[in-house]
Design a protein around this ligand. Structure first.
Ligand code: ADP
Length: 514
């Protein structure tokens, strides 16, 4: 390896944007560039994106980081990809899209998911594939396409994810890494191969899918046109990489067994890494590949920071006005008010399932509930109860993961919620565990760059990336608060069980197009 080649580019193809980041030695950021794109909703519950718009964002963002950092041709050692999971595009024989890119947020296959679970041994499929049966996953989406658009389904030559589409356009090769494949519901964890029973159920063959490769697989020989537009040499090694979720663990330094990453942005996720594939008897957690020796066990929650946003937008007019006058962020004001109330919100408990719930319940009909409201509760109690509800939901996911992988010993937090030291402390108190706050900006892009270096043999293990990441603060749990939360958390779990059937009824009142 030429010693002047000291730069690795991580490209993260996300849901709202594609971000390219140029990293120097020790993972420091030289330049970064993000290009946003929209989500199209042609029908209620659908969520699609234009694959060619995303491809162009990849090309332009790579070019932009190279230009911004003024990087000469010879200095780029490699480029590694990260991408959002669960996307699906049908292509014709010449590689042209027959559908837009149907993304994880698309809910059209709700009925197919229910049938897969109830009538087609869905739990067994989950146990073989590691992907929970849910409309987010390509498996029910493919079943939907088969049933609702049979002609298009029959005409389709390939079914690919957005990363496969980008790689196809760059290299004219259909390859899919184990990580993206492991989030399709079509891939067997034990054999690292497509699940023939699932393919049979869908009526497709392996020829409809890409060639399976490890996440460390390297491609070279990019089409000149794109290499030129990106300002890359066509033979720069490109590492196919993995999914954004599993790479985010690398990017925050949670790679060894027992280390967990908790991200709470709009939604949230808890993830830890196991050296072997592990699924849950009760179907609560996912298991996705990072490499053949690193399996990410975790669970996503729908109800993260979006709840504080909902509170701010629907009920926080007063706070928004005051914050504007003071020139501060309304979130900071809301969280300040919440601090006037003790842990437990003086008997106000909140079940946060405003957008249904994925892990641990996988129940689209779950709904939000304030429990225990009395006349002494003021707006600050409600604010605090909402923040506590988010922490309870994240804790319930962490407990499901613990059942599958064993105790979680080190927890690293990130996402918009981590901007609030008060909210972070609340989560430490709820979990009764110390939390670490790593300094990361683009965890998945950093993870993609680290995986690229690992693939090239430049770093001995993915854990090396940990040494690049500073810890900016730590939160030690307050024992008194942990005791209060422990009692309330038990009630939270009981309340969910008691309300489960009622959620189905109340959800049926919601307008179908809302
Ligand atoms: P995304 O998932 O879209 O990337 P972010 O990671 O930016 O979202 O997280 C956004 C969420 O973070 C907001 O909805 C809010 O709940 C939370 N958040 C952002 N800033 C603050 C803050 N200063 N205090 C508390 N919470 C915050």
């Amino acid at each position: 390896m030429n010693s002047s080649q000291d730069i690795v580019i991580g490209v993260d193809i996300g849901t709202t944007s594609t971000k390219a980041v140029a990293f120097g030695e020790q993972g420091h950021v030289l330049s970064s560039h993000a290009i946003d794109y929209p989500i199209v909703q042609p029908h209620p519950g659908w969520a699609e994106q234009d694959p060619d718009v995303i491809f162009s964002a990849v090309v332009k963002s790579v070019n932009a980081v190279i230009t911004k950092a003024n990087i000469g041709h010879g200095r780029i050692k490699a480029l590694g990809f990260s991408a959002a999971m669960h996307s699906l595009i049908a292509l014709d024989e010449s590689g042209r899209p027959l559908t837009r890119c149907i993304i994880w947020a698309d809910n059209r296959s709700g009925k197919q998911s229910e049938r897969l679970l109830k009538e087609m041994n869905g739990l067994d499929i989950y146990k073989r594939t590691g992907t929970p049966i849910h409309p987010m996953s390509p498996l029910p989406k493919l079943l939907w396409l088969k049933e609702e658009m049979p002609e298009l389904f029959r005409k389709a030559y390939k079914f690919v994810s957005i990363k496969e589409y980008v790689l196809y356009r760059l290299y004219s090769q259909y390859v899919v890494d184990y990580s993206i494949a492991s989030a399709t519901g079509l891939f067997r964890l034990d054999t690292l191969d497509w699940d023939v029973d699932v393919l049979h159920l869908l009526g497709i063959t392996r020829e409809h899918l890409s060639e399976l490769v490890p996440t460390t697989h390297i491609v070279r020989g990019m089409k000149r046109e794109w290499a030129e537009q990106m300002a890359l040499h066509p033979d720069v090694p490109v590492i196919v990489g993995a999914s954004d979720g599993v790479l985010a663990n690398v990017g925050v330094g949670a790679v060894l067994p027992g280390e967990a990453a908790i991200t709470i942005g709009t939604s949230g996720a808890v993830r830890t890494i196991s050296p072997v594939q592990k699924t849950d008897e009760k179907g609560r957690t996912f298991c996705y590949a990072l490499t053949e020796h690193h399996w990410v066990v975790g669970g996503p929650t729908n109800n993260g920071g979006i709840l504080l946003r909902w509170l701010r937008d629907e009920f926080g007019g007063q706070e928004r006005e005051v914050a504007k006058k003071l020139g501060i962020d309304p979130y900071d004001l809301l969280t300040q008010y919440a601090q006037n109330v003790p842990a437990g919100s003086e008997g106000l408990l909140f079940l946060p399932f405003l957008s249904g719930e994925r892990a641990p319940y996988w129940n689209a009909n779950a709904r939000g509930t304030f429990f225990g409201i009395s006349l002494h509760h003021k707006r600050e109690h409600f604010i605090r109860a909402v923040m506590e509800g988010v922490c309870m939901s994240v804790f319930s996911v962490a407990l499901a993961i613990r059942d599958v992988t064993g105790p979680l010993s080190e927890i690293r937090v990130s996402g918009g919620f981590a901007k609030s030291p008060f909210w972070r402390q609340m989560l430490a108190d709820m979990m009764g565990k110390e939390l670490l706050v790593p300094e990361t900006h683009e965890a998945s892009a950093l993870g993609a760059a680290a995986l690229a270096l690992y693939a090239l043999g430049d770093i001995p293990s993915l854990d090396t990336a940990k040494t690049w990441i500073q810890i900016t603060s730590r939160h030690v749990p307050n024992k008194e608060n942990t005791l209060i939360y422990s009692e309330l958390f038990d009630m939270y779990m009981r309340l969910y069980d008691r309300l489960k059937d009622e959620f189905d009824v109340i959800a049926s009142f919601q307008r179908k197009d809302s």
